[in-house]
Ligand binder design. Structure first.
Ligand code: UD1
Ligand code: UDP
Length: 373
């Protein structure tokens, strides 16, 4: 019997992390075979992550250009993905999340009349401009998809409210928890010590990441100034900040932070190394979607550098607090976590609101059943 071919689109770092468990589960399927399509919207970071998960064979569409605009990127994605599906017929296409690669993967599959599965469906803030352009991308994918793989009950409810048929929505959990569980035993203190030094690895650690497009410029500079102030007030605390390669991010944070002795600015870390940092962190300051989910699963408080989040489950679980990009607020909330033991403990609650580590298996089972029918 011919196996059904499932094209899995991966463009950016979070897609690579969240699709890796799906790719592994597809590889073990008797009736499906994966075809990994890396658009290379992010070249270095995606290749780095695929390597971390032992994924070596993939088509590379090579769309990344330095400081690419959304419209240039979109044009290249449409052309290259469209041609790819012409030359490589697929029985189903899987896209993840809300990036440009995901949107154009879904749209080009639709143009080829290939059914689309949307992994991490149903996340919304309700504001089409925040996060930008992700809220619009994922909403549009909600109209394109045949299978909606929702990570949480709230996501299922939102899709139903938007008129998506209940029979095409599947509650699977978020595959990021699968990725975290797979990688966690492969993390070691050695990686952390190499990065921050043996002595600092024993002390308190804050992990910082930021990259959101809507925070480029003044808001991101204000975040950097807050980090500088925190580093100055608590010199015994080490701040690890893997800087996103987007030039707009580097321009905002490097000049403010690069000379501070207890701020370790580094290139994006391998996934096992980043998870080692997260596991040792006393708390996290971040605007990342994936980091909000991982930190919640690990019971690490996150000060979220945004005014809204599509991951309200983490806020309700007590692990996430929205602080925006205001300098004074970030310093005040960090001070609370560093000095008020009770307030800190209240946020250290590991929670499985985002998944139980079995999402990829569920997704593959659903596809096996649907494509056989
Ligand atoms: C993209 C996604 C965003 C996602 C984020 C995850 C879109 C529109 N944005 O944002 O949803 O949350 O990735 O990180 O899909 N660059 C490199 N090397 C890399 C990656 C990026 O040099 O490995 C630089 C390039 O100059 C590139 C720039 O970063 O032009 C911006 O990349 P882009 O994918 O357009 O946007 P992100 O802000 O990374
Ligand atoms: N991450 C990583 N190395 C780093 C920083 C982050 O592997 O140096 C991982 C992190 O664990 C999470 C993902 O990258 O799973 C988040 O990616 P990003 O913040 O770029 O995108 P978002 O999740 O906001 O879309």
């Amino acid at each position: 019997m011919r196996k059904s071919r499932v094209a899995v689109i991966v463009g950016t770092r979070p897609e690579a992390i969240k699709m890796a468990p799906v790719l592994r589960a597809l590889a073990g399927s008797r009736s499906l075979e994966p075809m990994t399509v890396c658009t290379s919207q992010h070249r270095h970071m995606v290749h780095q992550i695929l390597r971390s998960f032992g994924i070596r064979h993939y088509y590379d569409l090579n769309v990344m250009r330095k400081s690419q605009t959304l419209w240039d990127l979109s044009g290249r994605l449409a052309t290259k993905l469209g041609r790819f599906f012409d030359q490589n017929p697929a029985d189903a296409v899987l896209v993840q999340g809300d990036t440009s690669s995901a949107l154009f993967g879904g749209l080009c599959a639709f143009y080829h009349k290939i059914p689309v599965g949307h992994v991490e469906a149903g996340l919304r803030t309700g504001n089409p401009h925040f996060p930008f352009p992700e809220e619009m991308n994922r909403t549009l994918l909600g109209s394109i998809a045949t299978w909606h793989f929702a990570p949480t009950r709230d996501a299922v409810g939102r899709l139903k409210n938007e008129g998506v048929a209940g029979t095409s929505i599947y509650l699977t959990g978020n595959t990021v928890v699968d990725a975290l569980r797979w990688m966690a035993p492969r993390c070691s203190d050695r990686l952390l010590k190499r990065l921050v030094g043996a002595q600092r690895a024993r002390g308190r650690l804050i992990v910082v990441t930021c990259h959101r497009r809507e925070s480029h410029g003044a808001p991101m500079r204000s975040v950097a100034e807050a980090i500088a102030e925190i580093a100055g007030r608590w010199p015994e605390v080490t701040i690890v900040f893997p800087v996103h390669p987007n030039p707009a991010v580097r321009l905002a944070v490097m000049p403010v932070l690069e000379t501070l002795p207890n701020v370790i600015l580094c290139e994006p870390l391998d996934y096992d190394q980043f998870l080692s940092c997260l596991k040792h962190a006393c708390f996290v300051i971040s605007d990342s979607g994936g980091v909000q989910e991982e930190a919640t699963a690990l019971g690490k408080p996150v000060l979220v550098l945004r005014d809204e989040t599509e991951r309200q489950e983490g806020v309700k679980a007590g692990a996430l607090k929205l602080v925006g990009t205001n300098k004074t607020r970030i310093i005040r909330e960090s001070q609370r976590l560093l000095t008020d033991r009770r307030a800190y403990q209240q946020m250290c609650r590991a929670s499985n609101v985002f998944g139980d580590g079995e999402a990829a298996r569920r997704i593959v089972n659903i596809l096996e059943r649907s494509l056989r029918a």
